[in-house]
Design a protein around this ligand. Structure first.
Ligand SMILES: Nc1ncnc2c1ncn2[C@@H]1O[C@H](COP(=O)(O)OP(=O)(O)OP(=O)(O)O)[C@@H](O)[C@H]1O
Length: 606
């Protein structure tokens, strides 16, 4: 890989005890450069230390691991780097710390993380209790005594954990979500107590983990020192999206060398506290700590020769439909889905990777089902069903299977029972296998726990039979979430199943490194097979989930200033809102070759 001059300069200058801010627009190679920086600094740490490559979400974590693998394959970086660099996201890092140091936090049980569904049920119940005890501020209650429908979501939102950090750092620092609670500190305090008592029983949601890590590090300087010693070098990707609480912890760790990378134009988490002001805060912080603070701007774009941030380079397709006419909204939706599928068919053979990027999950789910289904028309004729991946969905077997493999690589001990635990936890996360009492879960969860426990026991007794049971449960989960199991899904799961069986046979012989290499290979082959087998790689996701990814062809459906669902409900593109401008910019710049935007006549969002 040829290095542009700007990157060469950075790699020459990079050294320990320095703080770097590397900015650059989409596709200028920030993530790639982060991997190379890790490579350059790898000889500056000892064998017990790690370079922490920190990012935002699970999906972004996989992106970085993929990039590392790619660069190893191209011999740009050393393959030993996989063992030196720990790629992690904020949430997992916090969660690992809580699990490891639970005793210091007075958390008696083995802590468990609630699933989204569990958290929803739990917070609904807590909201009802608050209402029954007249603890909800009057402006949330309507004249007939019910909770205001529009405000209910924000109440549930703080009950799901955010109240703790709003209470600690001030709600005004957490974007639109937090600002709704400005001036309501007593109420936030009340909710924080509810959440804390839930946490003290060992039950958590991701949202409050950062609060506990903050307390842990403030109260136990020795733990902070351990962390500081373990991660002398921290590289942060997508720095523009970190919130104040995340930034405070990085400042506390105060790594010897800090490298932050970002692009203000891709700030898409303002609604929850992201702020490009972080760039200035980094500079201020670095002054007293580091030998040097260096800001570099990457200029050369590698992803594409076309500037997709320029509206003139986008193909715009107006649907012959006027939403305010006699036409039903459902018909508008149907036409959009049809248009998306038509575009995919047209480009299937020209482009290797195609992505449909939506504003919201619901839209992405509907489009996924439509693409996977066979569609027949009244006028005769039909569209056949196509395999496509729904990236970002919690239970997508494709992502599940891949994350299982990645987790296997990261496992310190490799034993059958570890693998069993890992697999079961992935699917039935967070139902802790030994700790869940019948009283602590509703019937449906007890049922799922029983299923999980069966897989666990089976895998320990007979690995292959256990895996079969696991695969069956994957399908069951897939159906529960009403995604159609298509050829791609089936093929992915059975491929991983097959490879895991081979892997289990290898468990008997070979050393740890060899085993890790085997799994590493599985992931690479898995990706290649999926792409080759289905000749085109079609994925559907939200724009948020597409962060850091790239595709030959990007389709943005329903780029309209009215919501997808109906004109009174749902989420709509609002290009007067700078966060939406950034989202649109992020979506368009995922493309390497072509972008197509589809919208109903007269409702183009720009
Ligand atoms: N020095 C280089 N030479 C050639 N190609 C490169 C180079 N650096 C990066 N690329 C390629 O350019 C593309 C974009 O790189 P990368 O994802 O690292 O950019 P980025 O700045 O992190 O993008 P984004 O901000 O959109 O996430 C990738 O396909 C990568 O392989």
């Amino acid at each position: 890989m040829e290095l542009s001059k700007d990157k060469e300069e950075i790699l020459n200058e990079i050294d320990i005890n320095k703080c770097f801010l590397i900015t650059g627009s989409a596709g200028t190679g920030k993530t790639t450069l982060g991997c190379m920086i890790g490579n350059k600094l790898s000889n500056k740490i000892n064998k017990n230390q790690r370079i922490l490559y920190l990012t935002f979400s699970n999906l972004a974590k996989y992106q970085i691991s993929d990039r590392l693998n790619e660069l190893i394959k191209k011999n740009v970086i050393d393959k030993q780097l996989m063992k030196i660099v720990e790629v992690n996201n904020y949430h997992s890092l916090w969660w690992n710390l809580i699990c490891r140091y639970k005793g210091f936090l007075n958390i008696p049980e083995d802590p468990i993380l609630l699933t989204d569904e569990e958290l929803e049920i739990q917070s609904q119940e807590e909201l009802e209790n608050l209402k029954a005890n007249l603890k909800i501020p009057s402006d949330y209650i309507t004249n007939n005594g019910t909770i205001n429908k529009n405000k209910k979501d924000s109440l549930l939102h703080i009950l799901k954990g955010s109240a703790l950090i709003y209470n600690d750092y001030g709600p005004e620092n957490f974007g639109e979500n937090g600002r709704k609670f400005k001036g309501k500190m007593d109420f936030l305090n009340e909710i924080s107590n509810i959440i804390m008592s839930r946490n003290r029983k060992g039950i958590f949601s991701h949202n409050e983990t950062i609060y506990w890590v903050n307390k842990l590090l403030l109260r136990h300087p020795n733990i902070l020192s351990i962390l500081r010693a373990k991660y002398p070098i921290i590289i942060i990707d997508e720095f523009q999206d970190s919130d104040i609480a995340q930034w405070e912890i990085i400042k506390m760790i105060e790594p010897k060398t800090l490298i932050a990378m970002g692009d203000a134009a891709q700030t898409i988490h303002k609604w929850r506290g992201a702020d490009p002001e972080r760039f200035n805060q980094l500079e201020t912080f670095s002054k007293d700590i580091y030998k040097a603070y260096i800001h570099k701007e990457l200029i050369k774009k590698h992803r594409s020769n076309i500037d997709f941030s320029n509206i003139n380079n986008l193909n715009q397709r107006s649907l012959k439909i006027n939403i305010f006419d006699t036409v039903k909204h459902n018909k508008a939706k149907y036409k959009t889905k049809l248009e998306v599928k038509k575009s995919i068919f047209k480009k299937l053979n020209s482009y290797k990777s195609i992505a449909v990027l939506c504003l919201e999950n619901k839209q992405a789910n509907e489009i996924t089902s439509f693409i996977r289904k066979k569609n027949t028309f009244n006028s005769g004729g039909c569209f056949k069903g196509l395999s496509c991946r729904r990236i970002g969905s919690n239970y997508s077997p494709y992502e599940q299977a891949k994350s299982i493999c990645i987790n296997l690589i990261n496992m310190k001990e490799l034993s059958t029972s570890k693998i069993a635990n890992e697999i079961v936890n992935k699917i039935f996360f967070p139902l802790s296998l030994h700790k869940v009492s019948n009283r602590s879960r509703k019937d449906i969860y007890i049922k799922r726990w029983t299923d999980a426990n069966n897989v666990y026991t089976k895998i320990k007794k007979d690995f292959i039979q256990g895996l079969n049971l696991f695969i069956d449960l994957c399908f069951k989960e897939e159906k529960r979430n009403s995604y159609i199991c298509d050829r791609m899904t089936l093929s992915c799961i059975s491929y991983v199943k097959h490879k895991l069986i081979i892997y289990s046979n290898n468990l008997i012989n070979g050393d740890l490194l060899e085993k890790r290499a085997i799994i590493n290979n599985i992931i690479l082959q898995y990706e290649v097979i999926c792409k080759n087998k289905f000749n085109s790689d079609i994925s559907v996701m939200t724009v948020h989930q597409s962060k850091g990814r790239e595709f030959d062809f990007v389709i943005i459906p329903w780029f309209a200033d009215i919501p997808w669902e109906s004109i009174n409900y749902g989420y709509q593109w609002d290009m007067n809102n700078d966060e939406h401008q950034n989202l649109f910019h992020t979506a368009c710049t995922r493309a390497k070759k072509e972008v197509e935007i589809i919208y109903p006549k007269n409702n183009f969002a720009l």
